[in-house]
Design a protein around this ligand. Sequence first.
Ligand SMILES: NC(=O)c1ccc[n+]([C@@H]2O[C@H](COP(=O)([O-])OP(=O)(O)OC[C@H]3O[C@@H](n4cnc5c(N)ncnc54)[C@H](O)[C@@H]3O)[C@@H](O)[C@H]2O)c1
Length: 327
Amino acid sequence: MTKPKILVTRPLVLFPSARAIFDAHFDAEYFPGRIPRDELLKRVADKDGLVCLLTEKVDEELLGIAKRLRMASTISVGFDNIDVPACSRHKVVATNTPGVLDDTTADFAWTLLMAIARRVLEGDVWMRSGTWPGWDLDQLCGGDVWGKTLAVMGFGRIGRGVARRAQGFHMRVIYNDAVRAPADVEKELNAEFVDRERFFREADFVSVHVPLMPETRHLISSENLGRMKPTAYLVNTSRGPVVDEAALAEALEQKKIAGAALDVYENEPKCNPALLKRTDVILTPHIASASVETRTKMAVMAAENVVALFDGRVPPNALNPGVLGVA
Ligand SMILES: NC(=O)c1ccc[n+]([C@@H]2O[C@H](COP(=O)([O-])OP(=O)(O)OC[C@H]3O[C@@H](n4cnc5c(N)ncnc54)[C@H](O)[C@@H]3O)[C@@H](O)[C@H]2O)c1
């Protein structure tokens, strides 16, 4: 029996356990590097399944070309790269990889939070410049983390992980979400639900963990940044367009907030040039889930989703199970 043909948009050299699953079940074609859009459209045309990253858009154009496609499996929890309603119209099952990256991403949000508050990068640059004259009382004084108020925007899997870590720093935790968390979760994490107004006004640290959707685009706006304390910091490890980068640069310039740490950008791989030159900003290249262990789990999970579909089962992380007649 011929195996289903799938396109995997990266070589997955670092993740042999995921590759082993693809090779055992499928006639798998791996793209050797970062796949350009025209190559993606060309190579997906005769495939039964697609395994992609958040850098590849699965949209009406692709679905119209890939007539045989039954599956689009993204190796990411965020699935704003996939037009799920369009997939449903084309009877393509879409899947993501939730859950396996929560702690690694929460760790990284904390890495950024600590680094921006305590001016770690500025210190590193100073040391390497060879111009540090030795200890002094007023050097690189940042803001304290312990005992402060952490404000978590989007209290889902990752947001809760970030809140959990705050307990060790004796912080007060407030959160805002479209849906209020159950009382037992609030109790366990010692977290208080607040409205948007209080959220921004009371925060010492805002950490953002919402998915990118029309409602969350530019949620971190000029207006909301203006509500924050001049001593407060912003951390974004969600999706770039959730933050209005121009408004952020302006807020920093006007000292409306003390600093920001970003892992994601409005127009990746670009970052607003006004942010690039600031020392009160830390910028990392979308690496919040980038540990070998976690990226391996994500790739394996994406593979298991594809295997399930072609075995006649509902993929565990189907975003539109209705395509398979499941509610
Ligand atoms: N930087 C990275 O590498 C990286 C890694 C992992 C996840 N992410 C991003 O983080 C996001 C969150 O991941 P998760 O697994 O915690 O998702 P999740 O679905 O568990 O949590 C998202 C939360 O946001 C809330 N929400 C939705 N719309 C909202 C709104 N308008 N206002 C307030 N809250 C709203 C939801 O109710 C939910 O509680 C992902 O969608 C992804 O985009 C980025």
